[in-house]
Structures are given as C-alpha cells and as structure tokens.
Design a protein around this ligand. Structure first.
Ligand SMILES: *Cc1c(COP(=O)(O)O)cnc(C)c1O
Length: 352
C-alpha cells in the first residue's frame, strides 16, 4: 500500500468536537476498473476529490456508505467496534446497487494503517470517539443510466464528541403517515444506499418544522407497522419485554440493533423480534404498559424516546426521562466499546 503523508497537518480542534465537524489529515482510497478490479489502495492527504460533472454518482446516486467507530481504551490502545460486520454489510449494500464487491481483508488493512497514522486524532474524553466513514461511489464520466464501470472507495475519519454532553436526553418523534422511507417489498431499505437518505429529507424537514427531533417510519404498504426512526433501529419495552421489528428487507440491519438484542438477553430480558404495529405501541402507551422506547445506531448508541406523536395523538413516555433498560443497555455497550467491560463476543478489533 502506497502511503503519502501530508506536508501541512491541521491544527487539532480544541473545545467541543460535535459530530463530523472536523476531518483528520489523511484518508484511504482505492479504485476499481473492469480491467484491474479493485486496485491502487493507498493512504493520501485528506482533500477534495476531482470528478467530472458527468459522474454517475452525482446524477443517479450510485453510492453506498458505512458508519463505525474507533475508541481509545484506558490503556491507550486503539480499538474498532465490529468493523468486519460493517464491511460485510457494505458488500451487501454493493450487491443491491450493482457496485462490485471488495476484499474485506484488504480494506481492513487499509483502515488499520490509516488509524495508526491518525492515532493522535482519537479523542480521549468520556463519550468521545473517532467516527469512521467508508463510502463507495460510481465515477464513470457518463450520463447514460447504467451501472458505472469505475468506482472510488474512500475512508475518512472524524473525531466526534459525546453525543450526550448533558446525559442521555430523550428525543421527540413524529410518526410519518404519508411518506415512506423505502418500498416494503423489493426496495432498497436494507442497503446503506445514498438514495434512501435523500428520499427521507422531506419528512425529516417537515417534522423538524413541527418541533420534533426525528421521524418514525411505518411500512410503505399499509403505514401500519414500525420500521425505523431516522437512521436508527427502533426498540420498545412493553410489559418489560424488549421488542424490535424483525428484519423484513426494508429495515437496515443495524449492528447496534444486533448488539443490543444480544446484551438484552444477557441482562436477562425477554426479547422479541417481530412485526410491531403503531396501534399496538399506542395502545400499550395508553394503558401504561409501554415502559420505554429507544432508537439504536452507531452515532448515538441508544437514543431514548420521550415523546411520540401519531396523527393527533401525543404520548409522553416515562415522564420524558430515560428508562432503566435504555440506560442499562447504553452503559453495557459503551462499557465494552471503551474497554471498561469485558468483550465476550469478539466485537472489539485492535489495530496492531
Ligand atoms: C446506519 C443505520 C442504522 C443503524 O445501523 P448501525 O449499524 O447500528 O449504526 C439504522 N437505520 C438506518 C436507516 C441506518 O442508515
């Protein structure tokens, strides 16, 4: 792998990091063409890309991405959380969008090399991490609608602050009853595909204008069953049972979702993966049986829901405070990520 280091390293940010406000000095890149396959993997200084205005990805959205995190543990070692699962999912997303699959070991080597070079960018304060964003875009300079013959794979890194500067703050969610995130059958919802997020912007914008933090999506067929919220999977605790919608082809198979299912069982809770209708959730809320609700995703880990509105019904959950199980799961998962709790599942990968 060729490594080109920058001559002008940036000043490291001081003070609040926020989420993806800063990027590190270098990035990993790799190219694809039909003759060579994936090749030319290298580390280069972070910088703008040069693309033709006719680039496939810019017009027809042939893009997929991932989001994962690296942490520095109490012994100063750098650990990545479940990276093989993210790269496996990225290859699955590639299949759906006609992007050629890549060799996971080669990309892991690139990521580890990049992290060794950028180690000093990994923040150390409680709740902070280095956010890792791999992406693949079709780069043919051609305006015909077809899968590109050439691709660019890149990984960029962003030091990120604690999502919860003032503790786990519950969010308000608006249940979307007109727009859909993705087609229930045969759609692209299970892929981390750029177009899914473009299609979600209108509903998010409308919900923000009404004063809500996030949109909760229902299935596109009947607008009856819960899919996900924003870029997070959804969990409900009803009668002390942890319930999450089953992976149905239109829900993104979240790695945090999978981790929380595992940890809930370990903590002794009953877990159900099944269809969950909005009616069931609101009925449980009405009867005081909806103990907690929370979203799960890499960025926030656990995002408790304090308020939920569907049409003209609004419910405040758990007095707008974080629930016991949400807090427990957050502590467990961040404890494993930070190296303060044992990693019994082999989720942690070092960079040495
Ligand atoms: C990324 C994402 C998630 C969460 O996946 P994680 O692997 O837990 O980060 C959930 N839903 C959508 C739509 C997403 O894009």
């Amino acid at each position: 792998m060729k490594i080109t280091l920058t001559n002008s390293p940036k000043q490291k940010p001081t003070g609040t990091l926020g989420f993806c406000r800063y990027y590190t000095d270098h990035m990993f890149t790799m190219e694809y063409d039909t003759e060579h396959g994936w090749h030319n993997d290298q580390i280069v200084p972070y910088g703008n890309l040069s693309l033709s205005p006719a680039t496939t990805a810019l017009h027809y959205g042939q893009t997929v991405f991932e989001g994962l995190k690296a942490f520095r543990n109490k012994d100063g070692e750098v650990n990545i959380f479940r990276p093989y699962d993210n790269f496996k999912r990225l290859n699955d997303s590639c299949d759906r969008i006609c992007i050629p699959r890549f060799d996971i070991d080669k990309v892991m080597e690139g990521l580890k090399t990049l992290l060794k070079i950028e180690e000093s960018w990994i923040p150390t304060e409680k709740g902070t991490s280095l956010y890792i964003r791999p992406a693949i875009i079709g780069v043919d300079p051609f305006l015909g609608v077809k899968a590109s013959d050439t691709y660019l794979f890149f990984i960029i890194l962003s030091p990120s602050g604690s999502y919860y500067a003032h503790g786990l703050k519950p969010v308000s969610i608006y249940v979307e009853d007109f727009f859909s995130r993705s087609a229930h059958i045969g759609g692209t919802g299970a892929a981390k595909f750029g177009g899914n997020y473009g299609a979600s912007l209108k509903a998010s914008y409308d919900a923000k204008k009404k004063g809500y933090d996030q949109v909760l999506w229902l299935d596109s067929n009947e607008h009856k069953y819960i899919e996900e919220v924003g870029a997070m999977n959804m969990f409900f605790v009803i009668d002390n049972v942890v319930i999450t919608p089953s992976l149905n082809g239109s829900i993104l198979p979240g790695i945090t979702r999978n981790s929380l299912i595992n940890l809930s069982k370990k903590l002794g809770y009953k877990v159900e993966e099944r269809n969950v209708s909005i009616d069931e959730v609101l009925q449980a809320a009405k009867e005081g049986r909806l103990n907690e609700a929370f979203g799960s995703g890499t960025a926030a880990v656990v995002s408790p829901v304090g308020k939920i509105t569907f049409k003209d019904e609004t419910y405040i959950l758990n007095n707008g405070e974080i629930g016991k199980i949400s807090q427990q799961l957050y502590n467990e998962l961040t404890g494993i990520q930070n190296g303060n709790l044992p990693d019994e599942n082999g989720w942690i990968v070092g960079i040495k």
